[in-house]
Design a protein around this ligand. Structure first.
Ligand code: ZN
Length: 323
């Protein structure tokens, strides 16, 4: 699972992220749920139907994760020579043929989502970065998910959590399916990717502060993990003030985890480095063997050419955020 994964609260022990982890996660395509309601004209009825569908999906996801957990618990200690050697909480006391249920119960089961921005465009005509009413509905949706997932924790007596899914592969998969079924819809299915979790769309031009103010309220509900990021203009390595200002904004809006995105090119032949856009030839030695590093979901990854088509399309749509 991704770097944004947050494992902390534990209904079976102390709050800690040491000696435990996320066991499995399942992502709900909330854009599709909205698309299924788009022909309902009355906005109140449309919302009611959307929440009904969302509740049903959370039920299915929770049950599926539970079934998977039950299966995982049929394993015995000796199948995990490293993890169960004491690395995982409570594993050192087990005998080789003991089942691992009492260890795995400390793990988390994540229910995630993708494309809040597109969902809101379908439901209201606007995403949360451009409209206060959409922002209110966005928070209502994510709070609703958090509350239903907490109920699942009680019901199954397991650590269910709400995850702002990174969706590296799903980013393109869901939109392709939905385009087949619902056609090409502007700012929803007319591109190759759905927006990462509760982020404002990558193509939406706004200040870092606006982005932080809009995205921060979701973090408290996304207890299984989330990330905030901004696209910095120019060469961040020579602009530590911009990085510090971003960190200050995260602090001001009480965000837990964030990152600064910036391009880094490196010539594989002579080692020349810069931060220019779309560099294809080294200005120092003329080589075309350039490695470009950018953030894909949470990680800075080189070899942008090898990214999947959805993430490449998303990268080329990204706009810089001003301070
Ligand atoms: Zn070079």
């Amino acid at each position: 699972m991704g770097c944004r994964t947050r494992v902390f609260e534990d209904r079976h022990g102390e709050k800690t992220s040491i000696g435990r982890g996320n066991l499995s996660f399942t992502t709900i395509n909330i854009v599709k749920l909205a698309l299924e309601c788009r022909d309902i004209e009355n906005i109140g009825e449309k919302k009611t139907e959307f929440f009904k569908k969302l509740r049903r999906c959370i039920n299915v996801a929770a049950e599926q994760l539970y079934d998977r957990f039950v299966f995982q618990c049929t394993a015995v200690k000796k199948q995990f020579p490293m993890l169960m050697s004491g690395m995982w909480m409570g594993s050192s006391g087990l005998k080789p043929d003991d089942k691992v249920q009492n260890v795995l119960k400390h793990g988390t089961l994540g229910i995630g989502f993708i494309g809040l921005a597109e969902t809101l465009i379908v439901l209201t005509g606007h995403h949360h970065g451009e409209d206060e009413k959409s922002q209110e509905l966005g928070i209502e949706i994510i709070k609703f998910m958090n509350e239903r997932i907490q109920e699942k924790s009680e019901y199954y007596d397991l650590n269910y959590s709400l995850l702002a899914t990174p969706a590296e592969g799903l980013s393109g998969k869901f939109v392709k399916e939905d385009r087949k079924q619902f056609g090409s819809i502007p700012h929803v299915t007319d591109k190759e990717y759905y927006t990462n979790s509760s982020h404002v769309p990558v193509w939406y031009k706004c200040s870092i502060e606006h982005k932080a103010r809009i995205e921060a309220p979701y973090h408290e509900y996304e207890n299984g993990g989330h990330i905030f990021y901004v696209e910095l203009d120019g060469d961040a390595t020579h602009n530590p003030a911009a990085v510090m200002q971003t960190v200050d904004l995260m602090d001001k809006y009480n965000m837990v985890y964030g990152s600064v995105n910036h391009t880094r090119n490196r010539c594989k032949d002579c080692g020349y480095e810069d931060a220019s856009e779309n560099l294809t030839q080294c200005p120092q030695c003329g080589s075309t063997d350039i490695d470009t590093i950018q953030r894909i979901t949470g990680y800075l990854v080189g070899g942008v050419d090898s990214w999947n088509e959805a993430k490449k399309a998303e990268l080329s749509d990204r706009v810089k955020h001003s301070l």
